[in-house]
Ligand binder design. Structure first.
Ligand code: F6P
Length: 544
């Protein structure tokens, strides 16, 4: 049993924040900027190559002071130390949370139960590097003696979203002679479309699954095995065309993959925090081990900043606290993540699991039901595409949608005026969202009276801008770590376990039961509710 923590809503700083919001509610960002000509530079912080401008959030120095007081009351500093110390802060699963060890430099130390885990991490990295060298040099041969040209990662959730996101984000740095594909969905279309133009003799599957029991991944892995054997025959082909990334050596061996070709990780790495573990094998194959190491250095730089920087200048802490402010005081229910970089097109999808599987919780660590909002819905699309789609609602809709804009000073693909145009849009959007356009301004442009209300922009819509020099492996590492730690900061304030995911269990268990019923002859007795029964019966009709 965990000791009961004082209720969040009873904390002095929480109450003070409520009173403060009552006073600030009517204040416009126009006024906040007008009253402080240096606000734009003052409300900004920088670390690990990322510059965070939060001046367009609806906060004052007073707000930030109270949010930091709340962080102190919730023991944020102690929780950060506990994580880095290897304490079992994932209380519902009784696990340590040590993804920071995945990017700790060789020779450093992070201990769990008195044992330094960094050497284990480095040993796996060394094996991944050797494997990468063999694949990229053509030294590793497929069953027929041909070199491997296609890599297919099979995994789902944290064993897919991180690898896909990182591959897309760092594609500019990738070896173009290797084709990378990702299969996650149990929908057969995913596998069929991903492999239809691939030659099995030149294809290697990475079966990525922390547990090696996940239905989708195991089903796709079996289909991959059948696909390979159908083309290449003998059972010995599996050894040449399959490797595994898992914590479950027994499961891997049972599947028929030689554990010599398994890359391990540990129960103290959560699935959604694992893209820099062996789960990143496809990333390393694509970008090479030097770039992978550079990505780890970016992660580590942000880890060190999070661990050591004063909370008032600590990027993940500031981002996390601003998220709490927007969720619990401004009443925002969603956050839009808007990368102005095409290579980050999968970043919002990746963040959805990181944020929502972590903080979509309804009870605190001690099992009490919360009486406040926890994790908001994250969503987004790369700019400028979103501007021609959902930005209308963000500018003029009736709900507050705080936005994170992410942009880079230097393009990877310089092409005419493209980058200036892209960046002009970033700056224009955050300016428009903050300051809007008054009825007077609209009228002064000669707009007829009847049209004025339609053309007014209220403004006062909160945004943060993350600006970095260029999208590099290190920048990506720092960016991911920034979000990981801001999620942890928020989870600490909300008092929830950001590292478990019990909410995915019920649907999985029911699906296991129903699949049996679907495969039974039509007419077998069903004992669900009338809606589920009717849907199952309709599906089972023999005229499919
Ligand atoms: O169902 C959710 C989940 O458990 C995620 O937390 C995890 O990332 C994903 O499934 C995949 O799990 P595994 O890597 O064990 O196949």
């Amino acid at each position: 049993m965990n000791e009961k923590a004082p209720a969040l809503t009873a904390r002095p700083a929480w109450k003070a924040l409520h009173a403060h919001w009552d006073a600030l509610r009517g204040v416009h960002l126009r006024d906040l900027f007008a009253n402080d000509e240096h606000r734009g530079e003052r409300l900004a912080a920088e670390a690990a190559g990322l510059y965070l401008d939060y001046s367009k959030q609806r906060v004052t120095d007073g707000t930030l002071g109270l949010l930091l007081a709340l962080a102190a009351e919730c023991g944020l500093r102690e929780r950060i130390d506990a994580m880095f110390r290897g304490d079992r802060i994932n209380v519902s699963e009784k696990r340590a949370v040590l993804h920071v060890a995945l990017r700790a430099p060789a020779g450093s130390s992070l201990t769990l139960d008195g044992l330094n885990v960094v050497p284990q991490v480095q040993a796996v990295l060394g094996r991944m590097e050797e494997f990468t060298r063999r694949i990229r040099s053509g030294d590793w041969k497929g069953h027929t003696g041909r070199r491997i040209r296609n890599i297919v990662n099979i995994g789902i959730g944290g064993s897919d979203l991180g690898p896909v996101m990182a591959y897309e984000a760092l594609r500019w740095y990738s070896e173009r002679d290797l084709t990378l594909r990702f299969v996650s969905n149990v929908d057969g279309t995913d596998f069929v479309e991903a492999t239809r133009d691939l030659d099995p003799a030149e294809t290697l599957f990475i079966v990525s699954s922390k547990t090696f029991t996940t239905l989708e991944t195991m089903t796709n892995a079996q289909s991959a095995r059948a696909w390979t054997l159908a083309a290449l025959g003998s059972d010995t082909t599996v050894a040449k065309h399959f490797v595994a990334v898992s914590t479950n050596a027994e499961g891997v061996a049972k599947f028929g993959i030689d554990t010599a070709n398994m890359f391990g990780f540990w129960d103290w790495v959560g699935g959604r925090y694992s893209m820099d573990s062996a789960i990143g094998l496809s990333t390393m194959l694509a970008i090479g081990s030097q770039h992978f190491r550079a990505m780890l250095e970016g992660f580590h730089a942000m880890d060190e900043h999070f661990r050591t920087a004063p909370l008032e200048r600590n990027l993940p802490v500031l981002m996390g606290l601003l998220g709490v402010w927007n969720t619990n005081f401004l009443g925002a229910r969603t956050v839009a993540v808007l990368p102005y970089d095409q290579y980050l097109k999968r970043f919002p999808a990746y963040l959805q699991q990181l944020t929502m599987e972590s903080n979509g919780k309804h009870v605190t660590l001690d099992g009490s039901t919360v009486d406040y909002q926890t994790g908001p819905v994250y969503w987004g699309e790369p700019g400028t595409n979103g501007q021609h789609s959902f930005y209308q609602l963000i500018h003029q809709g009736t709900q507050a949608v705080p936005c994170d804009f992410i942009a880079f000073r230097k393009p990877l693909n310089a092409l005419g005026r493209h980058h200036d145009l892209l960046m002009a849009n970033v700056f224009a959007q955050t300016e428009a969202l903050a300051f809007g356009k008054t009825a007077e301004q609209v009228k002064a442009e000669g707009t007829p009276d009847w049209l004025v209300p339609h053309r007014v922009f209220a403004g006062n819509r909160p945004t943060s801008t993350i600006l970095a020099d260029q999208l590099t492996p290190a920048t990506l590492g720092a960016l991911v770590a920034l979000y990981e730690h801001s999620v942890f900061t928020q989870g600490t304030i909300w008092g929830v376990d950001s590292f478990d995911q019990w909410g995915v269990e019920l649907g999985k268990a029911l699906a296991q039961r129903i699949v049996g019923e679907l495969e039974e002859p039509a007419g077998a007795k069903l004992a669900h509710d009338s809606s589920t029964n009717a849907l199952i019966k309709r599906y089972r009709r023999t005229d499919r």
